[in-house]
Design a protein around this ligand. Structure first.
Ligand SMILES: [Zn+2]
Ligand SMILES: [Zn+2]
Length: 267
């Protein structure tokens, strides 16, 4: 990905994020040169990219995200560290995604009570929280993806089969968890679209594409009642089911991490 083909008000993005990397927390306040705007979500990267699709990262995190392939195979000690750190990051990501889902499922009633009470105060707060949480989880998922991609780029014969086998089992389960998390995010975004808002910037959306950020609205056909309204209850139940599934997969992942760790420390 190059940043030459699209434009953005990077300074505004950095300012919004307090000149701090949203992944590792590195403060770039004294040296904004080390900060980069990283695009998240499916906003087309052409012309002016809206701030809701950009998140501040430091140079080092940008590097990890941009070129995840391993240049050389990590030694078993480093592999152990990489796997353990990936599991930890994925764990943090799961709870952040669960928070996002809970925020998304509260939106219909937040908007409804704002209509009744004729005040937008809570809506404004929920909307900025929605935008921020969404950007953060999309970044968190991308970071874990990059780490898993790095593991996947290692050749099959890099390590002893005694390590290779539990490593493959770990990678498979971690990838399964990633895809469940992406599904929960997509379902939570569907709540926004059901409220006739853009799933990225949350501005009212008319037609297929958001006129503010250029994001294509999520498909809601599967979630429509016969009368054309969105089946929020069914959607919420599915979100909870998937989150439950994610927590079960996490248990499997913990077992697999332990099995791999045993092989690595025995090596
Ligand atoms: Zn960073
Ligand atoms: Zn939008």
């Amino acid at each position: 990905m190059t940043s030459r083909d699209w434009r953005a008000d990077r300074e505004a993005v950095f300012d919004r994020d307090a000149f701090t990397c949203r992944h590792c927390g590195t403060d770039g306040g004294d040296d904004p040169e080390m900060l980069r705007a990283y695009p998240v979500g499916e906003v087309p990267l052409e012309g002016d990219v809206h701030e809701s699709a950009l998140v501040t990262v430091c140079d080092e995190c940008f590097e990890t995200l941009d070129s995840p392939r391993a240049t050389e195979a990590p030694a078993t000690d480093d592999l152990f560290h990489l796997v353990r750190e990936t599991t930890r990051l994925q764990g943090t990501t799961i709870s952040a995604v669960a928070d996002f889902a809970s925020l998304a499922t509260s939106l219909p009633s937040t908007l409804e009570s704002a209509l009744e009470e004729e005040t937008d105060a809570d809506v404004g707060e929920s909307v900025s929280e929605y935008r921020r949480t969404r950007r953060d989880i999309l970044l968190a998922v991308a970071v874990v993806d990059a780490r898993l991609e790095r593991l996947a780029s290692l050749d099959d014969d890099t390590y002893d089969p005694a390590i290779q086998r539990p490593l493959a089992a770990f990678s498979d389960t971690a990838a399964e968890l990633q895809s469940t998390l992406r599904e929960v995010i997509a379902l939570s975004e569907t709540v926004a679209v059901g409220l006739e808002r853009c799933q990225g910037c949350f501005d009212p959306i008319e037609g297929e594409t958001c006129s503010t950020c250029g994001l294509k609205g999520r498909e809601t056909a599967n979630w429509q009642e016969d009368d054309g309204t969105l089946a929020f209850e069914r959607l919420f139940a599915t979100i909870n089911e998937r989150l439950q599934g994610a927590s079960e997969t996490t248990e499997t992942l913990t077992d697999r991490t332990t099995a791999l760790a045993e092989q690595l420390t025995a090596a």
